[in-house]
Write a protein that binds this ligand. Sequence first.
Ligand code: HEM
Length: 189
Amino acid sequence: MSLPSSAVSGILQRLRTETRPYHDALELNQFNQNLEAGTLSEATTTHFLAKMYGFLKPYEDRLRHYTLPPSWQQEQRYRAHLILEDLGTDAAALPLCPALPPLDTLPQLLGAMYVMEGSTLGGQVIARQLVKANIPTRAYFTGYAERTGPMWKSFCQQLSAAAAPENEDEIVQSASRTFQHLETWLNKA
Ligand code: HEM
């Protein structure tokens, strides 16, 4: 007997629960602290965007090594170029994170994708905070805009379908590592 619905929630539930401490750790970032305190400045926002680019760009370069089926909407999920638009800068001017987690297998890639796609949800919150703080809205945070919810839902469906008992651990481990590498890059590097 197959139990598709519990299998669907299984990987997402595990990812959410097991990576939550890392999501929380990200919030110790200067940008997030200013966000919460309502004291965001343009300078902090610009610095955060530059750092995000440094992680997103090498991640997307790895993603380009894979050709996922059209249902993953892979082409629509590249967002590093939005940061270049926001900063009005040349890619060459921004430092890239030298230490990405290993993304050599599909399960490893999917774990990282979970983290980077999930960040679009926080982006929506940030976009609203920027408006409140009278800081110009940035394309990166707006991201998929009104398609954010559907894009996330659709990603979750694809991920659930791709997950299986034999690759779940690898997906979750890669998501945890991705959060940790991102946190190190944003907060400590
Ligand atoms: C670059 C940093 C961030 C990354 C990589 C990230 C990643 C994620 C991920 C993977 C999820 C999906 C969790 C799930 O499975 O439901 C998520 C959800 C979310 N994140 Fe973040 N996040 C980041 C920053 C933020 C920030 C700064 C905020 C707050 C302003 C935030 C607020 C949220 C919210 C509201 C959700 C949705 C929770 C829900 O619907 O249950 N995130 N984020």
